[in-house]
Design a protein. Structure first.
Ligand code: NAD
Length: 287
């Protein structure tokens, strides 16, 4: 069992730290919010008065903070982690921050002989409470192996993302898809209701097609991901169908922010009479 400094005891950090204690680890905690610190002390953690005092004589330092500027401050400002951290300790940043900030922090730490990896998490605070987070580990194989007992307390699955900085990259890509699809789902729901379509019917249709199932598990594996870029559903037809949906939305006063942007994305190859290639992607496979 290890001695761990845990910094950032919010919605996610609080249950993650509690699960480390349940797993038998010894915790030294720090947060600007005294109530958050007291909640952990009630579970057996030791309160500290700065990131520096939390990080003294520990094997791991975990940070779970709102953004990259705060992570940088906690590491490098006066009374920061790096003023006391041991050379053989491992800092694990589990916050969601900009990947280029992660790269810069890892480099800055390495310049002073200190080790850092990132391990942002997928899923929600309910999963954090149950110790069922998805851990997206970016670091060397040795760092991930060393941190695995901690990850096993906080999560139910660890993905080795393929090296330093790759955990936060896959987290951002995943969240980009998830957030964009959520907004698109809300648009489709609102339009369904506005045109008098029973949403349960719309849902049952979309749940059986790539619209609801997603393209990565339906249309792409046998075509785009297999290197087959030949047209399946032509982009000029996609342009027409999108145009009809947008016209419909306009007539029933439903704003379609995502759809409006998609039209401008698709219109250019249609104008060129190609209907196939757009940037690095090939929108020939709507399914
Ligand atoms: P939160 O705002 O609930 O908690 C952040 C904590 O950090 C607070 O307790 C705050 O007091 C503390 N803090 C801020 N500045 C500090 C400083 N300088 N020193 C010490 N403590 C400081 O945020 P959260 O929801 O726990 O999210 C934390 C990270 O996890 C974020 O990067 C977020 O994007 C990511 N995340 C959140 C969720 C979620 O569902 N909430 C899911 C996955 C990932």
């Amino acid at each position: 069992m290890s001695t761990i400094a845990f910094i950032g005891l919010g919605q996610m950090g609080d249950p993650m730290a509690k699960n480390l204690i349940k797993g038998g680890h010894t915790l030294k905690v720090f947060d600007l919010n005294k109530e958050a610190v007291q909640n952990l002390v009630n579970e057996g953690a030791t309160a500290t008065d700065s990131p520096a005092s939390a990080s003294q004589d520990v094997e791991f330092i975990v940070t779970m903070l709102p953004n990259g500027t705060l992570v940088k401050n906690v590491l490098f400002a006066e009374n920061g982690v790096t003023s006391t951290m041991n050379k053989d300790a491992l800092l694990i940043d589990m916050s969601t921050i900009h990947p280029f900030e992660t790269d810069a922090l890892i480099k800055e730490m390495a310049n002073t002989g200190l080790q850092m990896m990132e391990a942002p998490v997928g899923r929600t605070s309910d999963h954090a409470v149950k110790g069922e987070l998805l851990i997206l580990a970016g670091g060397t194989k040795e760092q991930i192996t060393k941190a695995q007992p901690l990850f096993d307390c906080m999560g139910s699955e660890t993905i080795d993302a393929g090296g330093a900085g790759m955990g936060i990259r896959v987290k951002i890509i995943n969240n980009y898809m998830s957030i964009a699809l959520n907004a698109l789902s809300a648009e489709a729901t609102t339009l369904s209701e506005a045109i008098g379509l029973d949403f349960e019917t719309a849902l049952s249709v979309m749940n059986g097609t790539p619209a609801g199932k997603g393209h990565f598990t339906t249309t792409w594996p046998g075509k785009v991901l297999a290197g087959d870029l030949s047209p399946a559903f032509m982009v000029d037809l996609a342009h027409k169908d999108l145009g009809i949906a947008l016209d419909l939305a306009n007539q029933v006063n439903v704003p379609m922010v995502c759809g409006a942007h998609l039209v401008s994305f698709i219109v250019s190859p249609v104008r060129q009479g190609e209907g196939v290639k757009i940037g690095p992607l090939f929108l020939n496979n709507f399914g």
